[in-house]
Design a protein around this ligand. Sequence first.
Ligand code: SAM
Length: 291
Amino acid sequence: MKNIGSVHITNDILANEEFHIKKRFGQNFLVDKNILDKIIKEAHISEQTDVIEIGPGFGALTEGLVSQARRVLAYEIDRDLIPILEKNFSDVHNLILVNQDILACDIDADIERYLPGSTETIVVANLPYYITTPILMRFLEDSKQVSSLFLMMQAEVADRVTSAPNTKAYGALSVVINYRAITKVLFSIPRSVFIPRPNVDSAVVMFTIRKEIEKRPTDEKKFLMFVHQCFSQRRKTLLNNLRQAFPNQTREALENHLIKCNLAVNIRAESLTTAAFIMLWQNLVSNNIKD
Ligand code: SAM
């Protein structure tokens, strides 16, 4: 173990490799061995587990991952980090390093290509915060191979993706994520354990992908857009947001849909569970007013 994620080694790399930290890539390097160990422990990696890592940086988290996993497929966008990673892991044989933007790759095709015969693929990453939501949606919407994700993200986003109805943080993102996965905040992380120090605190969230979605709504993509429309103006009632989304419908017709679904006509979107959104959507679909 080189202990890459220590203040000492990280500062050494910064001093000796002429590497310049790039804010535009959300580079905040984690330098706390206890936290790194805790993330690895929570991910329950076995010898059969393949791990996808997004943004290995200098390899602080990667070091623990390669020691536990069958294989680690790591995507790093910054080409200046590739020679540093190659040097840090020159004696490691289960690391597949790809110099690519995670948002530009086809996840399941890459799993087949780089991790053939994989029986369990999970994602473990300290995410670049500027693209947390697109990365999440990519994995939740596009991958059929990944079974769970352990992601470090901004604490405020962690709240949004895990919050329940009738709480301040609950919104379209909470519903859309809850539709795909069971979420849990595992622990929080102070901003003081990163170089450079970010302006926000962080948290690690576990996402367990739902294998079977019980009541899959008709036209899933449109359903997910519908959820966003329901929250488009937070201060307005759900009925008012529906009126904007379906301008051809009368107020009365839309009210009737709410009543049929046992929803009060003055209810706000933030009070609806995922199941209630699905029920409302199905009701609109069965009456042909989904467009
Ligand atoms: N894993 C390291 C750690 O914990 O110290 C670095 C984490 S840092 C918050 C985010 C990393 O993601 C950086 O190495 C950055 O270059 C990389 N990155 C940023 N955008 C990316 C993208 N679109 N695709 C792949 N990697 C990206």
